[in-house]
Structure formats: C-alpha cells, structure tokens
Design a protein around this ligand. Structure first.
Ligand code: ATR
Length: 282
C-alpha cells in the first residue's frame, strides 16, 4: 500500500487520517495513512526518514508549515504566495511542496454560501482578523475567487499594513480593494464575511470586542473561524449576535481533498469525492 501521513506537534488530535481513509474508501483505493509526531528540532530528519522508507506524501500541520516550505527544493506558486506549505512529496528524488489551505478555504466558503442562499463568493466584502501565517495564506486565494474587497484588521496594526503591502500589486491587477484598517475605521454594517485568522481560536480570547462585531456585521454576515474542533469565542459572539458562524472543519476536509486528488491523480469527473459526506462523518 502507498504510505502517507500527517506530521505535526501535537498530532494525536489530527483528523487527517480519518478524512483520507474516508476518501480512500469513497474511491476504492488501498492506501495507508498515519500520524507522525516530530520534535520541534527534528522536522527535517523525520521527513527525510519517512521518504527514505518509501513514503509517498506528507500533510504538514502546525507548527511545521514554514519549515516544510523552506525545506522543499520546488515550491508551487500557491505555496510561494502563502510562504508556507501543507503538503510535501518526492518526485524524481527532489522534494516538492504545495499549499492547498487557501483553495480549501475558498472551496468551503463557496459550498457554504451556495447551501444557504445561493450566494457567490465573488463580489463580497471580506474582513480578515489577524495578520500572521494563516492570514497570509488566504489573501491571494480570496482575490482569485473574485471578492470585491478585503480588509485586514490586526491587534498590531503595523503587521496588517505590512501584510497588505505584500499583496498590493496583485490586488490592483485583480481589481480587489485591499486595505489594512485600525479598529476605529472598520465600516459599520459592511462585511459579508468575517474570517478569524488569529490564534485566538486556540486561546479562548476574542479577536474583536463583541460591541464592535455587532456594529460591523449585517444579518447575512457569515462568521468563519479557521480553527476546527471547538466553538471559539469569536463563533459564540457571532451566534449571540444572530449571525451564522462556522468553524474550519470544511476547510480541513477540502484541503485534504485537494491533497488526495493530487497524490492519487484522480479523474474527478469519473470519481468525484463526496465532501459533504466526509464532513458529516468526521
Ligand atoms: P498563525 O500562523 O496561526 O497565523 P502567527 O503568525 O503567530 O500564527 O499569527 C498569530 C495572529 O493572531 C496574529 O495576527 C496575532 O496578532 P498580533 O500580530 O497582534 O500578535 C493574532 N493574535 C494572537 N493572539 C491574539 C489575541 N489575544 N487577540 C488578538 N489577536 C491575537
């Protein structure tokens, strides 16, 4: 059986093995998909050992996405844009990396918006909370999906400004209004989608005060937290204010589907993956 695994620290909680098992079953493929724990300093050694033993592909999770990107000799454009990788594999003796997180997010958002109102991702106004690695990975995919505007708010405003600066050229080309705003300048009632890309999902804090959240949403705003597996403060606040709030489970399943498709070279016309089925099973 071809061997795959997810590598991270911690890793015991990872749902990736289950998701890949579901896809393997759906497409009648025999693969082995494991979990690999790596010490923080051993990432390079651990991955080398995996591939030397004949491993076919690795999914990379926190905190190794940056190291995976740096380690690879070949980087796909979308990995370069995110400056981080969530997939590693060897081709002709060379290490490749890719990043399917951003496209996983846009696919999940399209599915969610379509399910609830037939609304599209194109043309909407997006607010991203946070300016770290997670935020960096989603800006270009959102621009590619044709959103009208992206506003970045971060606790440390300078970091939001620096992040926006990196994508200014691309935003102009894509005709997307991209800007960093401090809290006091967020626009009342104007964001259709608010993505929590801060690390607060893990620490039980709110990325934005509830009163401010109340002011900047409208009844159809979708609140999306990129973490999965629990109701974050951000999600609880959003729900208390009466808007729909979801976690990042769909994004996790979608990024896994993209990896599975790449590695198994599936003809998706003939064998489409059942994403909704996977989401309800995990
Ligand atoms: P990741 O790769 O997960 O994005 P990161 O690069 O360390 O992690 O970025 C963490 C993000 O969460 C940053 O935007 C950070 O804000 P600062 O730049 O001001 O540090 C944000 N963050 C972390 N804890 C936060 C908190 N308690 N409130 C608001 N933002 C927080």
């Amino acid at each position: 059986k071809d061997a795959y695994a997810v590598i991270g620290n911690p890793i015991a909680h990872s749902k990736s093995p289950l998701i890949h098992e579901i896809f393997a079953k759906q497409t009648q493929q025999a693969i082995h998909y494991g979990r690999i724990y790596s010490e923080l300093d051993d990432f390079k050694k651990t991955t080398q050992e995996f591939f030397e033993r004949g491993g076919k592909g690795l999914n990379v999770t926190i905190p190794f996405k940056l190291q995976a990107y740096e380690l690879a000799q070949h980087k796909t454009p979308r990995a370069q844009s995110a400056q981080a990788a969530n997939m590693l594999w060897v081709d002709n003796g060379q290490l490749w990396c890719d990043n399917s997180d951003g496209e996983g997010l846009t696919r999940d958002l399209r599915r969610l918006l379509k399910q609830r109102s037939g609304a599209a991702l194109s043309g909407i106004n997006v607010l991203i909370l946070g300016a770290g690695g997670a935020a960096q990975g989603v800006i270009e995919p959102l621009m590619g999906a044709g959103v009208a505007s992206i506003t970045v708010f971060n606790r440390t405003h300078e970091k939001a400004e620096a992040l926006v600066k990196q994508f200014t050229g691309l935003a102009t080309k894509a005709k997307v209004h991209l800007k960093a705003l401090p809290l006091s300048e967020l626009k009342n009632g104007s964001y259709d989608l608010i993505i929590n890309a801060t690390a607060t999902g893990l620490s039980n804090e709110s990325p934005i005060a509830k009163d401010i959240l109340r002011a900047i949403i409208h009844p159809d705003t979708l609140a999306y937290d990129m973490v999965y597996g629990k109701e974050t403060c951000f999600m609880l606040d959003a729900k208390a204010l009466g808007i729909q709030a979801v976690d990042g489970l769909g994004m996790l399943v979608e990024q896994a589907a993209l990896a599975f498709e790449t590695w198994r070279q599936l003809d998706l016309e003939k064998t489409p993956l059942d994403i909704n089925g996977a989401i309800t099973t995990v």
